[in-house]
Write a protein that binds this ligand. Structure first.
Ligand code: R5P
Length: 295
């Protein structure tokens, strides 16, 4: 028998209503607890934004420059990312299970750079996504592409699979070679992803009218970095995107192909989480590089 508790006064705080805060993320207020908890591992609840480090490129283009050795090139900078975007093969074979940030798992595949890229299928079961404890599954959606309808069907099926288990879905707007990357196209593609159930959407920044893309999409948008730019330009791109309504970046080549991936991801964080101006962030990048070379 446990000893009887000594009498301790109880405080019921009668008259103080229990608070119920709105969830910080656009369009996510009516989602369930598990989904919101997973989204909080992708997006920082403080800034409401994310720095996702994307290195899933190998799923259709093999060991691209900067990703020849994920263990050597990516693992050391992973702690600077809020979230990793990757394939299950690399997750299991290379990423330490002690990584506690968000995980966005590439959930489609089936074509390579040697063939028609839009010919993709769902490439994972939800059981395995649950087993890997991922926060979201990512589906490539080719609006206007040859296999548009198939890719949209992939998205809706993954949304259904994810919703059953509280796993979010990232709709990735993939732009084929012949399509123009302007705001009109991005509004169309991002809105279709959101309407069909994506919890958040990845797209490309457009020089003109990007704020109309973020404004007409009812869920958060993150931007892909795209092809490698000089570091100052990539920081400017990230700055403009978040100032025009993006909830962060899902950046790959502009980080892992940078002269200093570690300095670059830290500079990107300043822009995304602290609203730093790109000039400030670039100075920070240069200072970090100089520190490293002083060694
Ligand atoms: C590309 O196939 C993947 O979807 C990448 O995750 C995405 O393009 C972001 O990488 P990057 O910043 O290199 O464009």
């Amino acid at each position: 028998m446990p000893e009887e508790d000594a009498p301790v006064a109880k405080t019921y705080s009668v008259g103080i209503p229990q608070e119920s805060e709105a969830f910080f993320l656009k369009g996510a207020n009516h989602l369930g607890w598990g989904m919101k908890n997973r989204l909080s591992s992708i997006f920082d609840p403080g800034s409401g934004r994310t720095v996702m480090l994307a290195f899933d490129h190998g799923y259709f283009q093999g060991p691209t420059s900067g990703l020849e050795r994920v263990d050597l090139n990516i693992v050391p900078i992973a702690p600077y990312a809020d979230t990793l975007m990757l394939t299950r093969g690399v997750l299991r074979s290379v990423i330490p299970p002690t990584f506690t940030g968000g995980l966005v798992l590439r959930a489609t595949g089936g074509s390579s750079i040697l063939k028609e890229l839009s010919d993709e299928h769902i490439a994972i079961s939800v059981d395995d996504a649950v087993r890997l404890n991922v926060s979201a599954m990512a589906v490539q959606v080719f609006i206007g592409g040859e296999y548009e309808s198939q890719s949209v069907h992939n998205l809706t099926r993954v949304v259904d699979m994810g919703n059953r288990h509280g796993i979010a879905t990232l709709g990735v707007t993939a732009v084929g070679r012949d399509l123009v990357r302007d705001a009109r196209y991005m509004r169309l593609a991002t809105r279709i992803c959101a309407e069909l159930g994506a919890t958040f959407v990845k797209t490309y920044y457009t020089e003109k009218d990007f704020e109309t893309v973020t404004s007409s999409c009812p869920v958060p948008i993150v931007i892909a970095g795209g092809k490698k730019l000089p570091e100052a330009e990539a920081l400017t791109l990230a700055h403009r995107a978040v100032q025009q309504g993006a909830a962060g970046v899902d950046m790959g080549r502009n980080i892992f192909q940078s002269g200093s991936p570690s300095a670059m991801i830290q500079a990107v964080r300043m822009v995304v989480h602290d609203d730093a101006r790109p000039e400030e962030a670039f100075e920070y990048y240069q200072a970090l590089v100089a520190d490293t070379s002083d060694g």
